[in-house]
Design a protein around this ligand. Sequence first.
Ligand SMILES: [Zn+2]
Ligand SMILES: [Zn+2]
Length: 248
Amino acid sequence: MSLSITVLGSSGMFATVERAASGYLLDINGARIWMDAGAGTWRKLLEYVDYPHLDGILLTHRHPDHTTDVFQAFHARAYWVDEPLPSIPLWAPQETVDSVESYVEGTEGCFDLHPIAEGQAIEVAGARLSFVRMAHPPVTLGVRIEEGDNVAAYSADTGPNADFRALASGADLFICEATLQDSDDQWAGHLSASQAAALACGVGAGRLLLTHLPPRRDLALSLAQAKETDAECDVQLAEDGLRVEVGA
Ligand SMILES: [Zn+2]
Ligand SMILES: [Zn+2]
């Protein structure tokens, strides 16, 4: 029984030279699930799993910095294989499914489209994935992953007014967005690093990984502001390529 998460992209808003936009590779008991498909994450994904062996895709919301590379998987799996590949599940909120379908035709032979909603849970390779509505303008679902006693949570994009207890209470690993720094004008739909730290520690998350990091900023400042908020918090910056064994 195992659960690991590899960061494919950790830049907020858009990809940079150093970092891809949002994306993660879940390995759940050997099943490879691509969670969020921001720009640059397809190339990173291919370092770890070749596209015929991808087992599913999960998109948290329709914003381009979380979705655009999904069309790379569509072109590869639909048009560039020796034998036709079975379709794979694509889980996403309904409006994200609608956005994917409006962009290209014919994805149904490639992806089994499964709309997901807040409060819903699905089983993937023996793990339970449940979805929490986050505070972000389009329908946005945070993801809680429970594999045996191992628990990971991912905030997707969010402001502070969401149910972080339902999402991340007692999580071994909480991957939380930290788009802003303390001196920024606060946005209702995003968090600062210090807010992320306070929320993570408030719900008893064991380890916090700050992600959706502000492009072209001093990220050491984000980390320092998070640590100032709660010196006890085990916090670090997400890095593209970082792999975490959850609960290990
Ligand atoms: Zn985003
Ligand atoms: Zn967003």
